[in-house]
Design a binder for this molecule. Structure first.
Ligand SMILES: [Ca+2]
Ligand SMILES: [Ca+2]
Length: 248
């Protein structure tokens, strides 16, 4: 009984559709729709936690905040990737452009998977992926990609620096995910921050505020996607930021 809106439209016809039809096709309302994607992410988080045997360099929320400039620096380089795939330079990655991006990264996703990625990361429902949303997409792609094959022996994304940044962000998430179920809930996060060494404890007030910023729909839970969106905001990488001039 499930509608499979994402599977039937021909690629060539897509561009000629009116924006109204586009809105119908890519209506990204129901959060239920991404259950599969979110479940996959939760499993991935648990897997990473297992593979690192729970080792974690973060000790407090402050220790995460102290890395914000580093995150910002690492993620800023995605600007170049974004510009490269934003073929018509209109400041957003549309559905077609995302598809080409995935092809170029040699990722073979089904139409449904591409739709889910697109819609779940189009947080403002603008039917296009702005820069901050693109960061989230790239990081999810990085996580959900199969382990690198012989064609990509050293680097999945072609940028070791970017991958290191993503890895550190995942580590920050895993620090907050105290019970290791791959998602954050308020009580668990407060616990994680309380168990930190006495001098690095974060106040429950700060923890609650940070949690609220992640949990946009007030569900009491926040997944890795929510964490990433909040993070792009915390480090000051929003969609409208000026493109930095390199080498200045
Ligand atoms: Ca574009
Ligand atoms: Ca958007």
């Amino acid at each position: 009984m499930k509608q499979s809106v994402g599977t039937f439209y021909p690629r060539t016809a897509l561009k000629s559709f009116s924006s109204k039809v586009g809105v119908m096709l890519f209506r990204c309302g129901s959060s239920n729709k991404y259950k599969k994607l979110d479940a996959k992410l939760e499993r991935k988080m648990m897997e990473v936690k297992r593979n690192t045997s729970g080792r974690n360099n973060f000790r407090s929320f402050d220790s995460i905040i102290m890395r914000f400039p580093q995150f910002k620096e690492g993620l800023k380089n995605i600007r170049g990737v974004f510009a490269q795939y934003d073929e018509d330079s209109n400041g957003i990655i549309d559905h077609e452009e995302l598809k080409k991006c995935l092809q170029k990264l040699q990722l073979h996703l089904t139409e449904q998977e591409i739709d889910d990625l697109f819609c779940s990361c189009d947080a403002d429902g603008s039917q296009g992926i702005q820069f901050n949303e693109f960061i989230v997409i790239l990081c999810l792609i990085y996580l959900l990609m199969e382990p690198s094959t012989s064609t990509h022996p050293t680097s999945k994304m072609g940028s070791p620096q970017l991958e290191a940044t993503f890895d550190t962000i995942v580590e920050a998430f895993l620090f907050l995910d105290n019970n290791g179920d791959g998602k954050l809930n308020k009580r668990d996060m407060v616990k994680a921050l309380n168990e930190a060494s006495p001098c690095e404890k974060s106040s429950a007030h700060i923890t609650r505020t940070r949690f609220k910023e992640m949990d946009g729909n007030r569900s009491g839970k926040a997944g890795f996607r929510d964490f990433l969106f909040a993070l792009t905001d915390w480090v000051g990488l929003d969609g409208d930021e000026e493109i930095p001039i390199s080498g200045s």
